[in-house]
Structure formats: structure tokens, C-alpha cells
Design a protein. Structure first.
Lengths: 281, 452
């Protein structure tokens, strides 16, 4: 009878394991396995959060990069205009229209610098919601953002900053170069126009440098993502090893238990049938 | 040698074998009664007291009826039942306590805590957002509710166990009283059925608490626990349980009336539930309280240094008076206005998430007794799991030990239908033979009488 009961409880356990696919339901099923599986789960949850952080960071970095690309384009256009303006054979009227063109480029550069990514100013440091960080007053460019970094945590040990703040843009001298070129064209100041060409080129170089650092940030993010994803694959495997049941093994065991159970039932029935009363007259 | 003697022999044989058949019938009738010990007739005394076959005069000696006991197995059983009782009573309750934590499901504290940290991280990704702040608040509310629920479930488990303890003590006292009254009866009439009953009661008692049984020659039994007398002759010292509160949870003490002493109840069903009541439940909850308290304090510490989008700082995130899992909750102000949640340091722009990141980092900081909060919680769970697993294992092996001893006892004391039927046949034949003897003697007498 007791053996039958033990048999039945084994079968019940295997049935449950097969139905749920898990051999670890509570900590008491295996405390050591349980705590290991828990730790892996916690790490997995953390890693998945890091992946989300990385994704968010990628979005920001990509947005910044594309704006910088456009700015570089604007600077190259300005350089062309400068060269034309420096040509001694054109007159003041043409220079004036060229100057207006540069004004238009400047406006566009300004709007790029004041642009947003999902509702937040990209080049304002941490003043992401306080209105346009850049404004022009006559020939002065005013930056009202700050130089704080925007940080994202991409792994347990790494926090990286993903933004370019407005001060860095200012430092490239791109605005001043544009403003000087415009003013020089409008005032027909040929000497300054030639000087602007160098100014603009220098600014373009500096902007390209910034774009390069951003590209390596993007690279870091990719690497981090790949690494975490690889770790997650392993973590999932470890958790499965601890918690999940091997279906083939469980089914085989179940079959064996069932056969033993049937045999026990049959022999129990046989024994109960034997009695001396059958043999007495 | 007289004819009368032969008559006597025949008569004794008839009566004795009749009694034997009676006894056998009694054995067969009681074959399924729990705790019944097989009776056997000792027919050796049949011809004692008769000349030629004995030295004494004619005395009618009663036949010996023997209760066939296996003393060793019985005493062992009384010992082993104590541990079995303890593991059995603990097993169900411990599983129940483990299930309160609901691990490893989504509702478990492990997952809820992870979601809480994740919410802070998401807020760090977009610190200007009010929606993300609302999410942080909501996840924190769920965290608080989970802590509260576990604590209150444990408290009500304790109350449940309290009534179980009272019931067990009552049934123990009932058994003690009955044994005491049987002790009194046995000195007056040596009934085998009474002895069977008493032994059955002692078996029941041994499942409830640790006892020592001493049997006296007159059939009385003395029962003691931890060296203190519970039953001696007709004198019975009952137990009583008294409850007191220690901090958040109650403690129970078992004492013996009349002596006013607290015995060391270390085995039996009573020991199992008392241990869970006095130790397992409060200890587990103390650890949970520690987690809740340090978590609230540390998060508050960091949060106060941060500022929200309006540069308001110095606000607690959790309530400032959290002492444990039962009063773990958010600061009322934050529940009403999640905009107060700090994400940056004072003076930084609203896009900075330095504070939010700092709080999210607490996930990995070892500030709860040298472990991170998640790891500390996992250790609580696996410790409880070990206790449950160990108890289950001991229960299984103890059940087997008891089963083996029962088998031994049954081999000697149990009634086997085959054996009894065979004896029945033997006694029947002997009865027939005895009747024949009387018939023969009758024939002798007849012959004698016809001689005159």
C-alpha cells in the first residue's frame, strides 16, 4: 500500500513537470537551484533594461549625428558661396544677394541647432525643455543652454554620455564664421570674405571631429548591445537548465512509474484473493 | 487413578478448548481493529494439579491467556512516532508559508522589485517625462502592496497556527485524562481490552509530543515529558498554552499545570507547530522587515539629495517612518503628485538624469547586510526553501522507519486469518476428541454398572 502511494506521488510530480515544463516550482523543490535560477533571472532583467537604455541612447546619438551631417553640408555650401564672393569680378549687388543666401543658411543652421529629438532639445545640455538654446541678436549668437552631459547606463560598470552640448557647437566657431561671412558679403568687405573661407573650413573640420567622436560612441553602443545579447542567450540557457524539465527524460520516467504502478496493483489484487478459507471444507 | 480423574481431564479439555475457540473467534472478529493485539491461549496449564501428572491436589487452574506483544517494537514505535508527528504537522504549514511568497511568479517580490528598478531606469532615459514618473510611482505602490501582503499573510498564518496549538493541547489533555482513568480501572480489573485501549492512546499521545513511558507491574503506566510527570497512577497534570506578544508577532509557551513548569517540547506534532509559530514565522518576517526598512531608508537618502523638474529637493520617496514590511509605503506627497519625483541634482538642467540613475544603481549596491536587495531577498527564499525541503525529506524517511516497525509489530501481534483458521480447526478437533474421551469414559462406567 505504501509503495503504491509512493508510486502515485512520483507519478503526480512527473505529470506536473510535464504539463508545466518546469521541474522547479518552489524554492523547496531545490533551494540551491532556485537561488541560482533567481540570480540569473535578476541579471537577465537588468540586462534587458540595459538593452532598452542602449536603444534609447542609439536613437539620440543617431539624431545628433544626422543633424551634424546636415550642418557640415551647410558649411560646405557656405564655403562655396564664400569663394564666389571672394572673386574680385563680381559687384556689390551680387555680393548682397550672396549675403542673403548665407543669411538663409544661417537660419537653417540655427534651426538645426535648436532641433529636437522626441520633444527634447538635442544641443542644449540638460536644459532640454527650456525653449531654444540658441538665438541670434544682430551679429551675436547667444547660447542659453548648459554644458551638462546626458548620461545613459549601458552596463553595470559603464555610463556614457550621449549628447553634444551647445557650447561644443559654439566652440567650433561655425556660427561666428557664418555670421562674419554674411556681414562681410552684405557690407561688400572683400578682405574679410577671403578670411572667412579659412574660418569656415576650420569650423567644418571641428564639426567633423565632433561627428567622429559621436560615431565612436555609436560604435560603443553597438558593441555593448551585442555583448549583452550574447550574455542573455547564455543566461536564458542557464535558467532553463535549472528550471526546465527535459521532456524526453520526464516522459520515459513517467512510463516506467506507470508500469511499476500497474504491476503493484495487480500483485496486490492477487494476494488479497488468497485465503485459507478457500481451501477448508 | 479413578474414572473420575479421566472425566475431569475430559471436562477440562472440553472447557479449555471451548474457551480457546472463543478466543480465536474474538481474534478473527477484531482482525481490522486498530491497535488490537492478538490473544493466544497458553494451554500448558491444562493438566496441572492432577496426580500422576502433577504434584499438587485437584485445583482448577485457569488457562493462561496471553496478549502477544512485541515489546521492543512497541517501545521503538512510541519513540519514532514523535518525530513523525513533528514532521507531519510541520510539512503542510511550511509549504503554505512558502507559497505566500508566490515565487517564482510575476507576483513575487523578486519580479516586483526588478520592475521597480526598471521603472527608474526608464525614467532616467526620459527624465522630463511626467508619464514615466507616474509609472515609477505605480510600480512603487505595487512594491509596497507586495510587502504589506506578505507580512499580513504571515500574521494570519500565525493566528491560524494559534488555534491549531490550542486544539493540539486540548487533545493531549484529553488523552492524558483518559490514560489516567484507565490506570485507575486497571488496578481493579485486569481487562485485556482496557490494555489495548490504553496502548492505542499512548500511541496517539506519542504522535503529539515527546513522552517517556514506564510500565509498572500492576499494569499502571507512568508518562512523563522532559523528565516531568504527566500521568502517574490516577494523577494527571494537564498542559496549557499561553500566548504573549513580542514585537509584531506572538510567542507561545507550553506549561504543565500544577507544577507551573515549561517543559522542553522538542518532538511530536506540538513541537512542530510551536517551532513554526515561535521561530520560523517571526525570523522570516524579521529578515523581510530588514529588507523593507533598509530599502526605504537608502532610496530616501539618495532621493532627498535630488531635485525634480521644478528644482524642489529634499523630498522623501518612501514614507519617512518605514520600520518594516507592514508599514512600507510611499510618501503621501509623491502618491498625490508624482511630479515631485527627483531625477537630477540641484542646479542641473531638466534633461539630466543623474539622480534617477543613482537610484536605479541601488539595484546593484550591497546595502542590505552586505548583499544587494535582490540577492538578500533570494537568500530569504532559499533559506525557507531549504527548511521545507529538509522537512519533507525527513518526513519521508521517518514514515519508512515507522512503517518498518509497524510491520515488525504486526508480524507478532497482528491477527493472521490463515493462522487463526488453522488453530480453529485444531481446537475443533481437540474438542471432538475430548468429547470422545468423555463418551469412552461414559462407556466404561456403563460397563461397570452392568456388572452388578
Amino acid at each position: 500500500m505504501r509503495a503504491l502511494q509512493g508510486n502515485r506521488s512520483n507519478m503526480a510530480f512527473l505529470q506536473r513537470a510535464i504539463a508545466t515544463g518546469k521541474k522547479l516550482h518552489t524554492a523547496s523543490d531545490g533551494p540551491v537551484s532556485f537561488s541560482r535560477a533567481r540570480r540569473f533571472s535578476n541579471m537577465l532583467s537588468q540586462n534587458e533594461q540595459f538593452l532598452r537604455n542602449i536603444q534609447d541612447a542609439q536613437g539620440w546619438v543617431d539624431a545628433t549625428s544626422s543633424k551634424l551631417d546636415l550642418i557640415v553640408g551647410l558649411l560646405m555650401d557656405a564655403a562655396d558661396i564664400a569663394k564666389r564672393g571672394a572673386d574680385g569680378n563680381i559687384d556689390a549687388d551680387i555680393r548682397e544677394s550672396l549675403g542673403n543666401k548665407v543669411d538663409g543658411l544661417l537660419d537653417e543652421m540655427l534651426s538645426l541647432a535648436n532641433d529636437e529629438h522626441i520633444g527634447r532639445k538635442v544641443f542644449a545640455g540638460s536644459e532640454t525643455k527650456s525653449g531654444n538654446p540658441f538665438s541670434i541678436n544682430g551679429s551675436n549668437i547667444i547660447y542659453s543652454g548648459n554644458t551638462d552631459p546626458i548620461n545613459r547606463k549601458i552596463s553595470e560598470q559603464h555610463t556614457i554620455s550621449i549628447n553634444i552640448n551647445g557650447q561644443q557647437l559654439l566652440d567650433t566657431g561655425m556660427f561666428t564664421a557664418m555670421i562674419n561671412l554674411r556681414d562681410a558679403l552684405l557690407t561688400d568687405d572683400t578682405a574679410s570674405i577671403s578670411g572667412s573661407i579659412d574660418e569656415i573650413d576650420a569650423a567644418k573640420e571641428k564639426v567633423l571631429n565632433i561627428a567622429t567622436t559621436l560615431a565612436s560612441v555609436s560604435n560603443n553602443l553597438d558593441l555593448a548591445m551585442n555583448r549583452i545579447e550574447a550574455v542573455n542567450v547564455n543566461l536564458n540557457k542557464y535558467i532553463s537548465d535549472e528550471e526546465d524539465v527535459d521532456l524526453a527524460e520526464a516522459l520515459t520516467k513517467y512510463e516506467a512509474e506507470e508500469i511499476a504502478y500497474k504491476a503493484a496493483l495487480q500483485s496486490a489484487a492477487k494476494i488479497m484473493n488468497l485465503s485459507i478459507l478457500d481451501y477448508m471444507r | 487413578m479413578s474414572i473420575g480423574n479421566i472425566f475431569e481431564i475430559g471436562k477440562r479439555s472440553l472447557l479449555s478448548h471451548q474457551a480457546a475457540i472463543n478466543l480465536t473467534a474474538g481474534n478473527i472478529a477484531n482482525i481490522n481493529k486498530a491497535g488490537y493485539i492478538r490473544r493466544r491461549v497458553d494451554l500448558n496449564a491444562l493438566t496441572a494439579g492432577l496426580p500422576q501428572l502433577g504434584k499438587m491436589g485437584l485445583t482448577l487452574r485457569g488457562n493462561e491467556i496471553v496478549r502477544v506483544r512485541q515489546r521492543l517494537a512497541e517501545n521503538q514505535l512510541w519513540l519514532e512516532y514523535q518525530d513523525l508527528g513533528k514532521y507531519e504537522s510541520s510539512s503542510t504549514i511550511l509549504s503554505q508559508l512558502e507559497e505566500v511568497f508566490a515565487e517564482p511568479t510575476e507576483a513575487g517580490l523578486s519580479n516586483v522589485l526588478n520592475e521597480f528598478w526598471n521603472a527608474w531606469n526608464d525614467l532616467a532615459n526620459e527624465p522630463e517625462s511626467t508619464a514615466n514618473r507616474a509609472i515609477v510611482r505605480d510600480r512603487a505602490v505595487v512594491l509596497g502592496n507586495t510587502f504589506n501582503r506578505i507580512h499580513s499573510d504571515y500574521k494570519s498564518s500565525q493566528v491560524q497556527i494559534q488555534s491549531e496549538i490550542t486544539d493540539t493541547v486540548n487533545s493531549i489533555n484529553h488523552l492524558l485524562n483518559q490514560i489516567g482513568s484507565i490506570n485507575k480501572q486497571i488496578t481493579q480489573s485486569n481487562s485485556m481490552d482496557l490494555l489495548d485501549q490504553r496502548d492505542q492512546m499512548i500511541t496517539e499521545l506519542s504522535k503529539q509530543l515527546n513522552i517517556k513511558v514506564v510500565e509498572k507491574e500492576n499494569g499502571e503506566v507512568t508518562i512523563s515529558t522532559d523528565g516531568l510527570i504527566l500521568v502517574s497512577g490516577a494523577q494527571v497534570n494537564t498542559l496549557s498554552a499561553s500566548f504573549s506578544t513580542e514585537g509584531d508577532f506572538s510567542q507561545v509557551t507550553i506549561s504543565i499545570d500544577n507544577i507551573n513548569y515549561e517543559p522542553n517540547i522538542r518532538s511530536g506534532a506540538l513541537a512542530g507547530i510551536v517551532e513554526i509559530h515561535n521561530e520560523v514565522i517571526p525570523d522570516t518576517m524579521k529578515k523581510l522587515d530588514e529588507l523593507a526598512r533598509t530599502l526605504a531608508a537608502r532610496v530616501n537618502e539618495v532621493h532627498r539629495q535630488g531635485a525634480n523638474l521644478d528644482d524642489i529637493s529634499g523630498i522623501n520617496f518612501f514614507a519617512g517612518d518605514v520600520t518594516g514590511a507592514d508599514n512600507f509605503r510611499l510618501n503621501e506627497a509623491i502618491i498625490n503628485d508624482p511630479g515631485l519625483i527627483a531625477t537630477k541634482a540641484v542646479g542641473e538642467g531638466n534633461g539630466s538624469s543623474s539622480m534617477a540613475l543613482a537610484i536605479a544603481d541601488l539595484r546593484m549596491e550591497n546595502f542590505v547586510g552586505s548583499l544587494s536587495p535582490n540577492d538578500f531577498y533570494t537568500s530569504i527564499m532559499s533559506q525557507l526553501g531549504s527548511v521545507v525541503q529538509e522537512n519533507d525529506f525527513l518526513l519521508e524517511s521517518q514514515t519508512m522507519i515507522v512503517q518498518q516497525l509497524e510491520n515488525q509489530k504486526q508480524a507478532i501481534s497482528g491477527v493472521s486469518l490463515d493462522e487463526e483458521m488453522t488453530r480453529m480447526m485444531q481446537y475443533e478437533q481437540a474438542y471432538e476428541a475430548a468429547a470422545k474421551v468423555i463418551d469412552t469414559v461414559d462407556g466404561l462406567v456403563q460397563t461397570l454398572l452392568q456388572m452388578t
